[in-house]
Design a protein around this ligand. Structure first.
Ligand SMILES: [Zn+2]
Length: 244
């Protein structure tokens, strides 16, 4: 029995390593997505700021054109003043001039507002651009590292599985079955409670009866914790160093 129990301890250690890889397989890809999303979010903020700036530039160009047209019309109207003959005509031209001046004034105001908006957007653009570089520098290498790790997980698992396949045939069938039954029920895959001089179950921490404790120490049969159902095995390694 002692041999079986020693192999069980090794098997537990192998299974925990597999579990660790499986956890990484589960968590790393979503971490990559999270890090990438941070880059993308700031990237699209930068993009939309640049787009808005372009729109403002376009609109400013159109307003400039409009102002030039209105100024040309204004000059034309003003030059007509000298050749006017009737009062009615005079009033009409004056009304035209007034209207053109108003259009020019409101266009100039709109242009000023756009210039102000453009200034603010340029500040946002510079800040966002700096933030984008910072996040890219931080998250980029992390993503690369995680992706490299993800790529290795499958081969890591198959390497550890080989170790498992080597050890399983060495364990008595019913001992192995019991271990598997308990392990599969545990979320953290831990089926074995290693017992040392502290005389309690290391999984549920229940204090062990002296007789049970001595039986575990002898290691001649498979003993389960009456409280949590874990396999209780004497921890040769730890107790050796404790005595030393
Ligand atoms: Zn227990």
């Amino acid at each position: 029995m002692i041999q079986d129990l020693e192999y069980l301890i090794k098997l537990q250690e192998i299974d925990l390593r597999i579990y660790e890889q499986e956890m990484a397989q589960e968590k790393f890809p979503s971490k990559v997505i999270e890090l990438q999303k941070e880059i993308d979010d700031i990237g699209s903020k930068l993009e939309s700021t640049i787009k808005k700036l372009e729109e403002i530039e376009n609109e400013t160009g159109k307003i400039d054109e409009q102002i030039n047209n209105n100024r040309a019309l204004l000059e034309k109207s003003q030059s007509r003043l000298s050749s006017i003959k009737t009062n009615r005509e005079y009033d009409a031209v004056h009304a035209e001039i007034e209207a053109q001046k108003n259009m020019i004034n409101s266009a100039v105001i709109r242009k000023k507002n756009l210039e102000h908006e453009s200034e603010m957007l340029n500040t946002t653009k510079n800040e966002t651009s700096a933030e984008y570089d910072k996040i890219l520098n931080e998250n980029g290498p992390q993503i690369k590292d995680l992706k490299a790790k993800i790529e290795l997980i499958d081969s890591n698992i198959s390497e550890i599985m080989k170790e498992r396949e080597d050890i399983v045939p060495k364990i008595g069938k019913s001992v192995y079955r019991t271990y598997e039954l308990i392990r599969k029920k545990r979320k953290n895959r831990r089926a074995i409670s290693l017992i040392s001089n502290s005389k309690n179950c290391t999984i549920c921490f229940k204090i062990l009866e002296p007789q049970l404790y001595n039986e575990i120490k002898r290691g001649t049969k498979l003993i389960l914790c009456q409280n949590c159902g874990s396999i209780l095995i004497w921890d040769e390694e730890t107790t050796k160093t404790q005595h030393a």
